[in-house]
Design a protein around this ligand. Structure first.
Ligand code: S3P
Length: 174
């Protein structure tokens, strides 16, 4: 059976950039859950929050992520999936992740994550204080669900991607 790698972690930890780089290098399929949610809802994530609220976004996120994981599980090709930072807080998604062998957390410091993700259009990344609160609240959950944690501090996308590839290689030998 082909492998599925799932990248989790807070906003601004590089999940999408690393996921697409890694998938390209491996010749695997790549899905960014947020982009798939945008396709499903027909509007950007920020607009879903604004017009319909976070609960609607999370419901769509659960459907999209479970759908992507089903598709990956039945595919003959390898798949990399990058999840949004809050996906782990959705019980249906968390339950699914507990059965996946290659859930990898990208771990970055708060300041760097905020520099990358803060102040833009992301609905939950407007100001540093609330960003910090969410960051702290979720750390334990990421670690509970991840089989592996990669410290991305000071690393290039390529280096983080190489670290994920090493983990996959190690898993395949089992
Ligand atoms: C969110 C993270 C975002 C996106 C949405 C909510 C969160 O994804 O799903 O804005 O709750 O942390 P990224 O982690 O890709 O920014």
């Amino acid at each position: 059976m082909a492998s599925t790698v799932i990248l989790i972690g807070f906003m601004g930890t590089g999940k999408s950039a690393v996921g697409s780089y890694l998938a390209r290098g491996l010749g695997w399929n790549f899905f960014d859950a947020d982009i798939q949610i945008e396709k499903r809802m027909g509007m950007p994530v920020a607009e879903v929050f604004e017009k319909h609220g976070e609960d609607t976004f999370r419901t769509a996120e659960a459907a999209v992520v479970t759908g992507l994981l089903d598709k990956a599980a039945s595919s003959r090709e390898g798949t990399v999936v990058s999840l949004g930072g809050g996906a782990v807080t959705v019980p249906e998604i968390a339950r699914r992740l507990r059965h996946e062998p290659l859930v990898i957390m990208l771990d970055e410091d708060l300041e760097t994550a905020f520099k990358r993700a803060g102040g833009g259009t992301r609905p939950l990344a407007g100001d540093l204080d609330s960003f910090r609160r969410l960051f702290e609240d979720r750390q334990e959950l990421y670690r509970q669900l991840a089989g592996y944690v990669i410290d991305t501090r000071g690393k290039e996308i390529r280096e983080v991607s190489d670290a994920v590839a090493m983990i996959i290689g190690a898993g395949e030998g089992d």
